[in-house]
Design a protein around this ligand. Sequence first.
Ligand SMILES: *[C@@H]1O[C@H](CO)[C@@H](O)[C@H](O)[C@H]1NC(C)=O
Length: 313
Amino acid sequence: MRVVTVVILLFFCKAAELRKASPGGSRSRMNHGRAGGSRRGSNPVKRYAPGLPCEVYTYLHEKYLDCQERKLVYVLPDWPQDLLHMLLARNKIRILKNKMFSKFKRLKSLDLQQNEISKIESEAFFGLNKLTTLLLQHNQIKVLTEEVFIFTPLLSYLRLYDNPWHCTCEMETLISMLQIPRNRNLGNYAKCERPQDLKNKKLRQIKSEQLCNEEEREQLDPKPQVSGRPPVIKPEVDSTLCYNYVFPIQTLDCKRKELKKVPNNIPPDIVKLDLSYNKINQLRPKEFEDVHELKKLNLSSNGIEFIDPGPMR
Ligand SMILES: *[C@@H]1O[C@H](CO)[C@@H](O)[C@H](O)[C@H]1NC(C)=O
């Protein structure tokens, strides 16, 4: 009998503890499976929250929607129409359909990185004539034409890297658009995945003759299509491994990427660079020479042994 009482008492204590520990009870239950990852740092910001409603907030007089990591496959109809910034990173969106964003006429930035986008219909960005920033990196896009950007005349910042680009004749209009000198922040670091001859060539550096020749060759010699995500061979330390956030400030998040060196190709407009929890044990001279805007650099938990006096100059 006594044993049973003790067990029951223990049970009640446990239940009370649980109730105390969860101010947003439902939230912690939903997060249960992922809690290990999200609780690692002392930072209370939730990292994963599937099923939770999206957050709408105002920062410096601009309205944001934060709907990151919600397993979204589509844009929801009840989002406020006066949003200026839409954060939809790390969802499951596969297709950008015609006029999908047309209600959000004031939108200035749209972050769609780390989704599963493989198709963008030609009028997907219809109505976004205030859009300046579009993030499409880390997706599955193979082909895109300039046509889709007809609706975004103010676009000045476009991220396309880490997509399996098929550099064929079809891509010619997009590639020429990226190469116009004034478009210096459009499509940097994006590289071809196919055809084999153009693999790892940068979109911004390909000549149109190369594109159209290669297509003929590909058709003569079609390679078997491997299903699923193609293996992406990355250079040893390239900044495209990291996540790039544009709003509210230009941030490159390279936390926990097993980096042994400071990555190359850090976008020059980065203000905040997080290199914490890596394996960088040396800083080379002139390491941050091209990152003129850099104001915050986090190198904690790296085991740095040696700093050449050069890098910080
Ligand atoms: C640097 O990164 C570590 C680990 O991510 C974090 O705990 C710390 O608060 C950061 N420091 C600053 C000044 O942001």
